[in-house]
Write a protein of this length. Structure first.
Length: 407
């Protein structure tokens, strides 16, 4: 056993897949330490990733007076077209060299200083009145940005005066929240919901994979070992399920169940009972090559029961193959849930989320069309990593147990 484990963990592909899977698995424990529950409403609709500070807490926090260091990004105050017009004015009417303007445009503070030192409403230049009014509007906006006047908030005795040179250290703001992946269409924290969904989808994948492997293993063992009419009957049903695409059967069964009845466990069961045929066919072919081996014939002559012979003399020889089949079935189960959920036939639940449901919600609320990438890109990445890790582990095990693939 030690030698087998040593050989397994000497396979680079298996190790890489195992490490990726462990990292994804560890992420599923994040909801245990998160300040939010997976389905808790944090905001209203989509909010971009970042740290959000409460304005009231910011005003009430201890402030420090610092020298004015410029506006927080001219791109937030003006469009690219407006900035281009201002640069054009500096060159055409302000007499500033183009190279100087281009250099100042790369730094907000330098551009503000250049504009304030050059532009004036009293400057006479030949242009249309509409153009002049537009430049005056831009100048007023810049004066508001750079104004040193104080701002009064509130009324009466509760009035708070905030100076433009007052700054607050973010660490001193007590009421702030960091949303590494923002919020989704419901306003829930995407990171907490995603890591919770990973755990739920993994459980569903394990359940579906175990059911599919158990059914396929049982049918394959009986058909391959008993032969005769048993083999013909079981092979007929296996071929019948193989000819009809399993996904079609999966959709039909899921659609026949009411929405209220489609719990995560029920969806896992549906996926499991439709994904067994290829496992059954593969196990059958393996058992057929084993049933006439000397040790099996010896057990038959010894009078051992069929069940004992299958369990003790056949199953151990195909156990490695069964483990590889289980790994692939788990990955297929997770992908199957994602496919059903994208069609609106996934688990019906308001208390938990799955990777497929998160994809469905992102698609329903047009996250991709509106540029809310954080609602679907991490989900796609999680599904990809899980599937990739499963395939790597399966390939690594195949290299270990299949003599034809060994170096």
């Amino acid at each position: 056993m030690k030698q087998i484990l040593r050989n397994i963990f000497h396979s680079p592909r298996f190790v890489v897949g195992f490490v990726i899977f462990c990292i994804v698995l560890l992420l599923s424990f994040y909801p245990m330490v998160s300040i939010f529950t997976p389905m808790e409403i944090v905001g209203s609709g989509f909010h971009a990733p970042g740290t959000y500070v409460n304005i009231k807490s910011t005003i009430q926090s201890r402030s420090e007076e610092l020298k004015y260091v410029g506006a927080a990004g001219l791109s937030n105050q003006f469009t690219a077209e407006e900035l281009g017009k201002m640069q054009e004015w500096l060159v055409k009417y302000g007499g500033i060299d183009q190279a100087v303007v281009d250099e100042a445009a790369e730094n907000d503070n330098a551009f503000l200083e250049l504009w304030l030192s050059t532009y004036s409403d009293d400057v006479q230049y030949k242009a249309t009145q509409a153009y002049k009014r537009e430049m005056q509007k831009y100048n007023k906006q810049i004066l508001r940005i750079t104004a040193t006047d104080s701002l009064e908030i509130g009324e009466g005795d509760s009035t708070i005066t905030v100076k433009s040179n007052q700054f607050v250290n973010v660490k001193n703001i007590s009421n702030r929240v960091t949303l590494p992946l923002g919020t989704d269409n419901f306003g829930a924290d995407v990171l907490t919901k995603l890591t919770s969904a990973i755990g739920v989808s993994l459980k569903m994948g394990v359940m579906a994979g175990a059911i599919a492997t158990a059914i396929g293993l049982t049918i394959g063992l009986l058909a391959g070992f008993l032969g005769g009419w048993v083999d013909n009957t079981l092979t007929f049903f296996t071929n019948l399920f193989t000819v009809i695409p399993s996904f079609v059967i999966l959709v039909l069964i899921a659609n026949s169940i009411s929405q209220a009845g489609r719990s995560p466990a029920m969806v896992s069961l549906i996926i499991g009972i439709t994904a067994w045929p290829w496992t059954a066919r593969s196990v059958r072919s393996q058992v057929i090559s084993l049933r006439n081996r000397d040790h099996v014939n010896l057990s038959k002559l010894s009078g051992h029961s069929t069940a004992r012979i299958i369990v003790q003399d056949v199953l151990p020889y195909i156990l490695s193959y069964v483990i590889m089949a289980l790994i692939l079935q788990i990955g297929s189960g997770i992908l199957g849930e994602a496919q059903l959920s994208m069609l609106g036939l996934g688990p019906s639940t308001t208390t938990t989320a799955t990777l497929g449901l998160m994809m469905n919600w992102a698609n329903t609320f047009s996250a991709a069309q509106n540029g809310q990438w954080w609602a679907f890109v991490p989900v796609v990445l999680a599904i990809t990593l899980i599937s990739y890790s499963m395939n790597l582990m399966n390939t690594g095990l195949d290299q270990v147990f299949n003599p034809q693939l060994r170096d």
